[in-house]
Design a protein around this ligand. Structure first.
Ligand code: G6P
Length: 472
């Protein structure tokens, strides 16, 4: 069904997010190539069944997306909004990625930034316009009393705007990120901080990945707007889990087996002929993922425990993210530079200490999960971190998890992980060492418990619970 052919006011369940479930590219011959994404919302929406009229409202992000909107082609159940490209860039790169993401992940170098002046105000106006475009599309598409599930910091103003347009709707908002503590959140100009919170409070229910982020939000509301400002808005916590059935099946397919063979030959064997130990990390190259301190910790491990030289390999998969932003490009370059430096310092003809892959390859990520002896998940701050939950599910023989206490997943997985302060490089090196020497029986036991905790709330259930709560 093309987005132009939608009957108005029909959808009973609506999801709104910046990035949608499908993206288009224009092929050389002018035709459009559609790529479908995965994730919790995709499995959630498919779980509500064909009898419910569901609609996903998202932004056109690529030239192909815009072309698809122009031609009126598209997937059934998806409506892409062709928001003006400059407005979108200011809202997405300027506000969502460079301000809100930084605030919630505590990423500013405060002696230099942020400096909220006229450029910020200009971008904020774009953020408002972009949120308004979503609110208007949702208002036009929603059936009476429909449930609308708005996603993330990109769309923080949508609940309030939509409430003004359609008082009958049940509006939920879900934050997939952490929420900033009050003292940090207050760096935002006072009027903006208040507007953001009021925008969110337009929802009937606001949900977060952990209790910690939910509490931080409530703290910001009372600190910025006053003690009773929460009003009738309910707060919930839904800790998205890994999709065990999907992962177990997907990670046994032929393409993953092929990648296993390739990775094993890159890892190789140590001086005594034993297969080398492997420390795996898989991330998008996000500033919040702390890839550089992870490499520094590995370097320190090789310095302080020279017995590991030639006997361990660090497989680091750092996939491109948000490359429109200069600071992301610089960070990506620095990750490569530090990896090469470690290889130049320690490498030998038969041993490459860090194997860095930057091209996104899901099958290869799964292969790495299967063979990892140690998984390194050390974000500065992270809403949940699904890698920490996926590795134990897929691991062939058990994997020790080195986990940052600042990841949302820590709340559920902390007991069976080797826990680190992500800023403590020496502590992380020591954690890598204890993970590497963990006896295999203990590793296997812990992995079993980690996998059970990681899969306790599968994506479809995570989504349906939110819907039930919103309607209840
Ligand atoms: C991470 C966060 C999500 C966010 C997404 C946006 O996955 O956990 O909260 O929506 O990044 O990424 P994008 O590539 O669309 O900027």
């Amino acid at each position: 069904m093309s987005s132009e052919h939608h009957a108005r006011h029909h959808a009973q369940v609506l999801v709104a997010s910046n990035r949608g479930p499908v993206s288009y590219a224009v092929r050389d011959d002018g035709t459009l190539d559609a790529k479908r994404g995965g994730g919790g919302l995709v499995s959630g929406l498919s779980a509500i069944g064909p009898d419910t009229d569901a609609l996903w409202v998202c932004a056109a992000l690529t030239d192909g997306d815009r072309e698809a909107v122009r031609r009126g082609v598209g997937e059934a159940g998806v409506r892409m909004l062709a928001i003006d490209a400059e407005v979108h860039a200011d809202a997405y790169n300027g506000i969502a990625n460079s301000v809100l993401w930084f605030v919630h992940h505590l990423l500013y170098q405060t002696p230099l930034e942020p400096a909220f002046g006229s450029e910020f105000r200009r971008q904020w106006a774009a953020y408002e316009a972009y949120n308004r475009a979503f609110a208007e599309a949702l208002a036009a598409e929603a059936a009476p009393d429909a449930a609308v599930l708005v996603q993330d910091y990109h769309l923080a103003l949508v609940p309030g705007m939509l409430r003004e347009l359609r008082a009958d709707l049940r509006i939920g908002h879900f934050s997939h990120t952490p929420w900033a503590p009050l003292d940090y959140f207050r760096m935002l100009p006072d009027d903006i901080a208040a507007q953001l919170l009021r925008g969110m409070l337009g929802a009937d229910r606001l949900a977060f990945l952990t209790r910690r982020w939910a509490d931080a939000f409530v703290g910001c509301v009372s600190g910025v707007l006053g003690p009773d400002a929460l009003g009738a808005t309910r707060i919930g916590v839904h800790g998205l889990g890994a999709d065990a059935d999907f992962l177990r099946e997907r990670s046994r397919r032929d393409d993953v087996e092929e990648r296993l063979v390739g990775l094993r030959s890159q890892i190789g064997t140590g001086p005594s002929g034993d297969v080398r130990k492997t420390i795996v990390r898989v991330d998008r190259t996000e500033l919040s993922k702390n890839i550089l301190r992870g490499l520094q910790a590995y370097r320190l491990l090789l310095e302080s425990h020279p017995e590991w030289r030639e006997r361990v390999v660090h497989l680091a998969f750092a996939y491109p993210s948000r490359q429109d932003l200069e600071i992301y490009r610089a960070y990506t370059a620095e990750v490569s530079r530090v990896a090469s430096e470690i290889n130049e310092t320690f490498g030998t003809p038969g041993w490459t200490p860090v194997v860095l892959h930057v091209k996104d390859d899901f099958a290869r990520s799964l292969a790495a999960y299967r063979l990892a002896d140690v998984a390194l998940v050390n974000p500065i701050r992270d809403g949940m971190n699904l890698v920490a939950k996926e590795v134990p599910v897929v691991s062939d023989e058990g994997c020790a998890l080195v986990l940052s206490r600042e990841a949302g997943a820590f709340e559920e997985l902390g007991d069976d992980a080797v826990v680190v302060n992500p800023f403590d490089v020496s502590g992380t090196a020591a954690a890598l060492h204890s993970a590497l020497v963990m006896p295999s029986a203990e590793r296997a036991e812990r992995t079993k418990r980690l996998a059970a905790a990681a899969t306790s709330l599968p994506p479809a259930q995570w989504f349906l619970d939110q819907l039930t709560e919103l309607r209840g």
